[in-house]
Design a protein around this ligand. Structure first.
Ligand code: ADP
Ligand code: ADP
Length: 216
């Protein structure tokens, strides 16, 4: 199964993608996670990308496309993937279309998570993220079992620089301006499925499962 996961920052894409990949045995490709890994390791890409990320602006398309092309060469994607945070611009969507045509592959669905802005701000400003595995938590809505510690691998949780309120508001504006228009691009192809992203993590996952069908 090949999926795109769209929706504003804080809609719950990372949280749900973790469940989807386990249930459907596909790979989670998050461009945000990949970029943060590059920043942490101090790679050339990380050095070029980090100021855009901290400001809540998009990293230039050429850097993103090079990074994603490398991921697509990996045999791990053969069983399917969920793209989280990519594509985010028309140029990225066009490059993805070309790649899929070249490979003779098609997308199954474009899932769009809908959550209103004020809930997004509340989710993001109290988000905590694992330094190692990238799993996200929320101080009130989805807390770790032990404060400050990741349930998954016991590593430290931190607040992402771009989860401060002023940057969050900029990211929402960037989403509306540059990424939301892509929904139309995929509507024309008849691929878009809207998911109500408000409710418990389990309730939202049930809605996604209804769209995707049985896991086995
Ligand atoms: P995205 O990847 O779309 O930016 P995340 O999955 O990181 O979003 O979730 C953003 C924040 O909202 C995190 O703090 C997460 O714990 C929290 N969250 C995720 N799903 C829900 C939900 N259904 N209800 C309330 N908070 C949620
Ligand atoms: P969230 O889902 O919480 O908005 P992400 O982890 O997807 O955040 O992205 C964090 C930051 O990484 C973005 O604000 C942007 O700077 C950069 N980024 C991630 N994916 C892309 C992309 N496809 N194109 C451009 N920039 C990206």
């Amino acid at each position: 199964m090949r999926l795109i996961f769209m929706g504003p920052p804080g809609a719950g894409k990372g949280t749900q993608a973790e469940r989807i990949t386990t249930a459907y045995n596909i790979v989670h490709l998050s461009t945000g996670d990949l970029l943060r890994m590059n920043v942490k390791r101090g790679t050339e890409l990380g050095q070029l990308a980090h100021s855009y990320m901290d400001a809540g602006e998009l990293v230039p398309d050429d850097l993103i496309l090079k990074m994603v092309a490398a991921e697509f060469k990996d045999p791990k994607i053969e069983n399917g993937f969920i793209l989280d945070g990519f594509p985010r611009t028309v140029a990225q969507a066009t490059a993805l279309d070309d790649f899929l045509i070249q490979e003779g592959k098609h997308l199954n669905h474009v899932l769009v998570m809908d959550v209103i802005d004020e809930k997004l701000v509340a989710r993001l400003t109290a988000r905590r993220t694992c330094r190692i595995c990238g799993r996200s938590y929320h101080l009130s809505f989805n807390p770790p079992k032990k404060p400050g510690i990741c349930d998954n691998d016991g590593s430290e949780l931190y607040q992402r620089e771009d989860d401060k309120e002023v940057t969050v508001r900029n990211r929402l504006a960037v989403y509306k301006r540059q990424t939301r228009p892509l929904i139309e691009h995929y509507m024309k192809k008849g691929m878009v499925k809207h998911i109500d992203g408000v409710g418990t993590v389990d309730e939202v996952f049930d809605r996604i499962r209804e769209v995707l069908g049985p896991c086995d």
